[in-house]
Design a protein around this ligand. Structure first.
Ligand code: PMP
Length: 415
């Protein structure tokens, strides 16, 4: 098909892998589906769907409380998934993996529990200018309460974070640097190892929003030395409504609970209540048991995949898509950092992103349009939003060709 199909891609059989994802094998609006909205959510392999079905068909029970066999089975699978995730991100201990509802809840948990305890009047929280709203608003909420400020680390016109500016912003009043590992709107991979080092050298903690990184490359939380790392299961081929907060043990130990309820307590009386140990202190109420077990299956699925090959394949998809974009009249890429994951954010001259998205959908091509919950960076670029095609390892070069064929038709119609 082209040069790229011969390099990197050759070692990874995306056509075979996509057979594991039943949803991809369908027609949408009379055309074979091309799913290019993976930054919003990834599709689920059969193994994940089956694990959830099996749980409900054979093991459904509440966890940690049972005095019967089903509860034991459910608890065993639930905790096994925690171990799998701990190993996947190389956390030192499984109790450093807290189940949340998603990235958003993970950040809210830290902002609320750690933030309310440690942030004081005059303190500063730094976030990058390209953050998702989930990594801005929770900090603004707590900052408003305690009299702290939330400030943006500048991003240049290519969508690259300005580390010199970060260096000049850091002072003893900065208590937290909260930064995305990968931008969902632009695809930029931020040099988080460096950012974490800079934050620590200045006496600040560092939270990394890994929502967009975790599906594209290996994450080692100990090597990164981040204080907190958050991500969502649904962006890593697992179920929706589930996420992970990793934290350093001493910090998690010192943090008060985020929500009260069952499971998070040790003893309750009207004279006073004591809290459970980690990770349960942060897991009030019945958790998303089916989701956790499904997520365990997603991790197993990923572990047997050729992940190096998958990464090379995704990079080849991005390179090919960027080449096609450059050859296509009227396409302007938004986010051209030297270090990117497989996100192609762009504008089509003379059109509104939403109209283009609708015409692509009519041709069976699913992309996302809008501000991608990253309004500040869209404002900086002076645009209301972009058209975003985001790739996963099950996408193929012919998916990219279909995108550009559909774009050409949309352009004919709109311009
Ligand atoms: N951060 C980033 C970078 C994201 O891309 C997303 C999801 N688009 C989120 C946070 C929020 O994730 P969730 O909706 O799963 O909580």
């Amino acid at each position: 098909m082209n040069d790229l199909s011969m390099s990197g891609v050759a070692t990874f059989d995306a056509e075979r892998v996509r057979q594991d994802f039943p949803i991809l094998n369908q027609e949408v609006n009379g055309n074979p589906l091309v799913y290019l909205d993976n930054a919003a959510t990834t599709q689920k392999p059969d193994a994940v769907i089956q694990a959830i079905v099996d749980y409900y068909r054979t093991d459904n029970s509440n966890v940690h409380r049972g005095a019967h066999t089903l509860a034991d089975r459910a608890t065993e699978k639930f905790e096994a998934a925690r171990l799998k995730v701990a190993s996947y991100v190389n956390a030192g201990e499984a109790r450093q993996i807290i189940w949340t509802r998603g990235t958003s809840e993970g950040i809210n948990l830290v902002a609320s529990s750690w933030g309310r305890t440690h942030l004081k009047q005059g303190d500063r929280v730094l976030v990058s200018a390209m953050e998702h709203h989930s990594n801005i608003v929770p900090w603004q909420m707590v900052a408003l309460e305690v009299g702290a400020t939330v400030e943006a680390i500048p991003v240049d016109e290519t969508g690259t974070l300005d580390l010199d500016a970060l260096a000049s912003m850091l002072d003893e009043r900065v208590k937290m640097v909260a930064c995305g590992h990968v931008s969902n709107a632009l695809g930029t991979i931020n040099p988080v190892e460096q950012i974490i080092g800079m934050a620590h050298a200045s006496g600040a903690l560092c939270l990394i929003d890994g929502a967009q990184a975790i599906s594209h490359f290996d994450v080692d939380v100990q090597a990164l030395d981040c204080d907190f790392y958050v991500f969502s299961a649904h962006k890593l081929f697992g179920p929706t409504g589930l996420g992970v907060l990793y934290g350093k043990l001493d910090l998690l130990h010192a943090m008060p609970p985020y929500q009260g309820g069952g499971e998070m307590i040790e003893t309750v009386s009207f004279a006073g209540t004591t809290y459970n140990q980690l990770p349960y202190k942060f897991e009030a109420g019945t958790p998303h048991i089916a989701g956790v077990i499904g997520f365990g299956a997603a991790i197993d699925y990923l572990q047997q995949l050729d992940r190096r090959g998958a990464q090379a394949h995704e990079q080849a998809l991005l390179a090919y898509a960027e080449k096609r974009a450059q050859e296509t009249p009227g396409v302007q890429l938004i986010g051209t950092s030297a270090s990117k994951t497989s996100v192609l954010s762009f504008l089509l001259e003379g059109t509104h992103p939403q109209d283009v998205g609708m015409l692509l959908d009519q041709q069976g091509v699913a992309v996302r349009t809008g501000n991608h919950c990253a309004q500040p960076i869209m404002d900086q670029f002076g645009i209301p939003g972009t058209i975003r095609a985001s790739f996963a390892f099950y996408n193929t070069l012919s998916d990219v060709d279909r995108l550009f064929e559909a774009l050409a038709k949309a352009r004919q119609f709109l311009v």
